[in-house]
Design a binder for this molecule. Structure first.
Ligand code: DQA
Length: 145
């Protein structure tokens, strides 16, 4: 099973950025924890602050990986180009957010990518990524039955 965690803009600052909202753990530390828990999965991670680089990565893995777990950061609320990239691939994408975007400013309530994603997980802190992995594993177990 090949999974990519894809993080968008400003998520490289996790652990330092608005710690009251996003917590004080860096994503690299959290990713290492995930790798230890899911040592039977090929789990990779890519982060960029640049919309085009995120699109290139979606194109690169989007016909071979089993799933992409995608936190598009603020591009969630602005990017038709990312939504088109997701529509153009065959790999399912799960949208994740660390914070509960629906509790926050109204401009965070709309997502351009939700309609083209398999599902959305938001508001569980970094555990949102873990829950996304669980949902993929549950779905693949389901398929084998
Ligand atoms: C976020 C929520 C977005 O609204 C925000 O712009 C982010 C992070 C989250 O994970 O909670 O950068 O995607």
């Amino acid at each position: 099973m090949k999974l990519l965690i894809l993080n968008g803009p400003n998520l490289n600052l996790l652990g330092k950025r608005e710690v009251n909202i996003y917590g004080n753990k860096s994503f690299e530390d959290y990713f290492n924890e995930l790798k230890t828990i899911y040592n039977n999965i090929e789990l990779s991670y890519f982060q960029s602050n640049i919309e085009g680089k995120l699109i290139d990565k979606i194109h690169e893995v989007g016909f071979s990986f089993d799933a992409i777990i995608f936190n598009a950061g603020a591009y969630t609320h602005t990017s038709i180009a990312l939504a088109d990239a997701i529509s153009g691939i065959t790999t399912p994408v799960i949208e994740v957010h660390i914070s509960n975007v629906f509790k926050r400013e109204s401009y965070r309530h709309h997502s351009y990518i939700s309609p083209v994603c398999a599902g959305t997980i938001a508001g569980f802190g970094l555990d949102s990524y873990n829950l996304a992995i669980q949902s993929i594993l549950n779905a693949s177990e389901f398929k084998q039955d």
